[in-house]
Design a protein. Sequence first.
Length: 445
Amino acid sequence: MSYIDDIIADVEKKNDNQYEFLQAVREVMNSLRVIVDREPVYEKMGVLERLVIAERTIIFRVPWVDDAGKVQVNRGYRVQFNSAIGPYKGGLRFHPSVNLSVMKFLGFEQTFKNSLTGLPMGGAKGGADFDPKGKSDGESMRFSQSFMTELARHIGPDTDIPAGDIGVGAREIGYMYGQYRRMTNTFEAVLTGKGVGWGGSLIRTQATGYGLIYIIEEFLHGRDDSIKGKKVVISGSGNVAIFAAEKAQELGAVVVSMSDSNGYIYHKSGINLVTVKDIKLTKRGRISEYAKVHTDAVYTEAGKGRVWDIPCDVALPCATQNELDLGDAKKLVAGGCKIVGEGANMPTTQEGTEYFLSGGISFFPGKAANAGGVATSGLEMAQNSARLYWSEEEVDMRLKGIMTGIYHNINDSAREYGKPGNFVLGANVAGFKRVAKAMLDQGII
Ligand code: NDP
């Protein structure tokens, strides 16, 4: 057995049932075969053994009182995966599907993603199995306050700086920040995604979606092409999906779909984002309502069809993990899709990813393609430290610069290790090298 096979076997043995975590570890480890074969120091110094175990995993009780006066209890998590290159950084997810496996996969992935941004940020992830859907503002506030009451003792502006993720937007960040400030009597920059006016950065809300389009545009630019005129299919209708659609439209693409967990809409002439924002961001409604406003759009319920059935040039999965499987990948390729950019974290199954790669599809893995969000969180931290604010143009320019840099880094890395165009390998190797160097420099810890 090789070093990598030993690591995978050991992680499988010790984390059985943690499907998502195992999937993420296998993908990264398989990419790293090319580098550990060349550089035996990683094995000698046990770098991979250390990399696959979180530095710290915190699981805690989150009790709160609902509007009916009944006590509810959820499970909270913070997985502080790796802080070799900077304080822990990564989002908080509130969704019923949250469990230890999901938290660990996200924290593990975040380590490499943050490394790719070039900024000083380690990897972490957290959240709770709380469902914000259908909760009143009061319920969301009481839950967020209770969650922060425990989390506060494990985070800090030089230790761990969480952000938002699925189910955690401006409302929840506001409630959590308020509670932290009240508990510590400090106005510390302990969360990112804060409101503009109390420490938040301009463009942070848009950053993940915009960054996704910037990396694809940079790739196309190198081929004397652009996203202009291309037909784009997007899943999800949350933060990432909406702002990916916005930037794609701004650059002349035709975005024809969006979805949520109940179904998807197909609007051949192009999605009207004003309507989507009104339904999703203002009213917190369902995407099905779109077809009532735009009667030439078609709504398909989940289970009766897949958003990936729609022929397109570019597919952007922006909802959740493992939402695009092998069958979906085959349909997309048959429908003419040439580019896939993961706005979500690990939305494509391993089999789907392999199918895209073997078919010559330009596939941008989440840890590179959606790094714009955390990169801009890094820019928010920099502004907070300097106690100043940059203009929208300044932040956007830096975001673009970071995404362009990530593209060239993963492209060069794929070439260097003999797999040109394989951005999965390029991202894993490039992300790993920076973290591994820091771990080697800092001794056995
Ligand atoms: P939001 O909560 O704003 O939106 C999530 C969207 O995905 C909603 O449309 C939601 O539909 C849908 N969705 C969530 N879970 C499921 C599911 N199990 N099945 C089908 N649809 C689902 O989250 P974000 O847009 O912030 O995050 C989306 C993805 O992007 C996640 O993978 C996240 O980790 C990743 N990401 C987010 C970043 C950010 O800055 N926000 C940064 C980098 C990555 P419904 O309302 O029905 O649940």
